[in-house]
Ligand binder design. Structure first.
Ligand code: AGP
Length: 643
């Protein structure tokens, strides 16, 4: 046992146990492997680095060799902990690792994973991503029969539950092949909440047992090893043969391979690996300083790929929308902004009224009215966002039709959707969504154009123009990235000390403004407000004073005239105007203190795609100027798997 127990005890005493009870809402990265030969620790360390975007406030590894567990864990980012503890230096070819993202309770070594049973040195190590909602009652039960707990996490109850089950285990060869499998299965059946767990023990040192409910879990199959992880990029450089684990399943990994069983009755599940057409390079930085900048530059390729999606699914989804009595689009964050933009597209091109709803408000807002005539279009790049999945579940229980748009084929959203589209943007590692946003917009606009063709609400001429223009969007975005990056860098340098920004737009550009605002807030931590420009004189304009930066999204559409009026209102009160406008739009450029030019002739309904790109670059360079980490912004994680 390599854990530094002395430091642990001192830390606890120092903290004087004042630490608030760490209910441990966790959104983390988990990984583990069974190697035919070799040392597991360096592979675990490298995989955790590839998962760091999921959580980065503490890290831990456990391996097993000669029926002994070896553990290293501590608070801090992976590189910091590695520099002190050397995360590559643990013996054994079997092991697990965890990188954590916590909300309740400071990230302390004692709360870092893995967590253990009572024995010292421990014989059971558990890592977990998710929330155990009934942990307090289980903990009390176990403490009443003598278990002692080291940490304040919910996760630790799992280790003690398994320990207790092993003590009382009666093996039923019908449903399990080992005591440990039996003990983990019984433990998992007691857990309420979301979890992806992995267990290694000194008892049965030749296997890893995993179980899943809601939190994501995938397996990687290679010729000389078996892997599990929260996300495919974790083992992508090692294999692209993937097995998706479903809710309510238990997996046993050993030298022979993997075995899946249903938690409910222990029955076996046969599932073949699928080949994922992602290359390891796609999950690496390729010379860019940050994943976010790489992903901004990848947008032309991703947009081209969205134009090659399978016609039959686009047509099927269009048919469902065409027949729908009521269309509600549910999503969170950036994906919600794509839905908001789509609501303008569907209305303007196909006269289809749709309701974009922030997923965490869906049940309150529509929980009682959604019904069999409702069609839900759920949009989520990860396909695992708990709020979006909860909204879908509410609607499903009321017989609504579920349609999905996601970037992760095999994610939970794809399994609960009647029809879904995989947008093919490749892995997005940067926490701030960029390429997946513009790809979502491209897919949604293609659906709106197809619906317009089906409904014949707009002229063939306009349809032909849209078809021609959408083909040009990848090239236009390429030009914008190449020609405007330097300008955005300079603007960031000029405005880096500003304490607050307004983002304003009218019509569909309100969605673009919201996205620009979210990017600046989430990676550069600059308080920012976005609202429809027409709303400013109903209150927000009171904040304007000399030099207050206001970013206007000004494509040359029907709103341009009134938007000019809003620009003048702000300018009259001393605001610094930054305009994202069409190249050669002299009128706007004259009014603006700074402007960014976007290629001419982009139809209004497609404008959020190119007009969002300079805002992504601005936020990125503001983060750089303010010395924030664009890839791993504080307090955030890539996939929000808790409600
Ligand atoms: C966007 O940059 C953020 N990472 C966040 O708002 C994100 O869009 C939101 O959590 C939704 O994620 P999803 O698309 O994976 O569902």
């Amino acid at each position: 046992m390599l854990i530094d127990s002395i430091t642990l005890t001192i830390t606890l005493e120092l903290q004087g146990l004042t630490e608030s009870f760490d209910r441990g809402i966790e959104m983390c990265g988990i990984f583990g492997c069974i190697l035919k030969d070799g040392i597991a620790a360096p592979k675990i360390h490298a995989a955790l680095k590839r998962l760091e975007y999921r959580g980065y406030d503490s890290v831990g590894e456990a391996t097993v060799k000669n029926r002994r567990l070896f553990v290293k864990k501590d608070a801090g980012k992976i590189d910091e902990v590695h520099s002190i503890r050397n995360l590559d230096d643990l013996p054994g070819r079997i092991g697990v690792g965890h990188t954590r993202w916590a909300t309740h309770g400071a990230p302390l070594q004692v709360n870092a994973h893995p967590h253990f049973d009572c024995s010292d040195p421990p014989r059971i190590a558990v890592i977990h991503n998710g929330i155990i909602e009934n942990f307090a009652e289980i903990k009390k039960e176990l403490e009443d029969i003598g278990h002692t707990f080291r940490s304040k996490t919910d996760t630790e109850v799992i280790a003690h539950l398994i320990e207790q089950n092993l003590k009382n285990s009666e093996l039923n060869p019908e449903t399990v092949t080992s005591e440990l499998e039996n003990a983990v299965m019984d433990a998992a059946r007691r857990l309420e909440g979301s979890y992806a767990i992995a267990v290694i023990t000194a008892h049965e040192p030749d296997k890893i047992i995993c179980a899943r409910n809601e939190s994501p879990l995938v397996l990687g199959v290679a010729d000389n090893a078996y892997y599990f992880a929260s996300d495919i990029p974790a083992f992508l450089p090692l294999t692209n043969k993937v097995v998706f684990v479903e809710n309510g399943e238990l997996v046993t990994l050993n030298d022979e391979g993997f075995e899946i069983r249903k938690l409910v009755d222990g029955s076996k599940v046969v599932r073949e690996p699928e080949l994922v057409d992602w290359t390891p390079a796609m999950a690496e930085k390729q010379g860019y300083q940050h994943f976010m900048l790489k992903e901004i530059h990848e947008q032309p390729r991703c947009l081209r790929d969205t134009l090659r999606l399978q016609d039959k699914y686009l047509e099927l989804l269009t048919t469902f929308l065409d027949r729908a009595r009521e269309v509600i689009m549910v999503a969170c964050g950036t994906s919600y902004h794509a839905c908001l933009a789509a609501s303008y597209m569907f209305s303007k091109l196909s006269f289809l009224a749709t309701h974009p709803v922030i997923a965490s408000e869906f049940t309150e807002q529509h929980g009682k009215s959604v019904n069999i005539d409702s069609t839900i279009l759920a949009v989520s790049q990860s396909g695992e966002t708990a709020d979006t999945l909860a909204a879908v579940e509410t609607a499903r229980q009321r017989a609504a039709t579920i349609l999905g748009l996601t970037n992760i084929v095999g994610s939970t959203l794809t399994r609960v959707s009647r029809v879904y589209i995989g947008q093919q943007s490749g892995p997005e590692i940067g926490v701030a969504a960029t390429k997946t946003f513009t790809s979502q917009l491209s897919v949604l606009s293609q659906l709106a154009i197809r619906l317009a063709k089906k409904r014949g609400k707009v002229s063939q001429e306009e349809i032909d123009l849209l078809d021609e223009k959408i083909e040009k969007i990848p090239g236009i975005v390429k030009t914008i990235v190449e020609t405007q990056e330097r300008k955005m860098k300079a603007l960031a340098r000029k405005y880096k000390d500003k304490q607050c920004f307004f983002f304003l737009g009218r019509g569909i550009s309100y969605a673009t403004a919201l996205e620009g605002r979210l990017k600046l807030m989430e990676i550069a931590y600059v308080p920012s407000v976005a609202f429809p420009a027409g709303e400013s004189k109903h209150g927000p304009i009171s904040l304007i004073e000399r030099g207050f930066p206001v970013i206007f999204i000004c494509p040359p559409d029907e709103t341009r005239k009134t938007l000019m009026g809003n620009i003048m209102e702000m300018k009259a009160r001393g605001a610094s105007i930054i305009a994202v406008c069409e190249e050669g739009d002299e009128e706007i450029m004259k009014l603006a203190d700074d402007y960014v030019e976007i290629t001419k002739g982009i139809p209004e309904v497609l404008s959020p795609i190119p007009y969002a790109v300079p805002l992504q670059l601005f936020a990125y360079y503001m983060a750089i100027e303010r010395e924030c980490d664009p890839d791993m912004p504080r307090n955030l994680a890539k996939s929000v798997t808790v409600k």
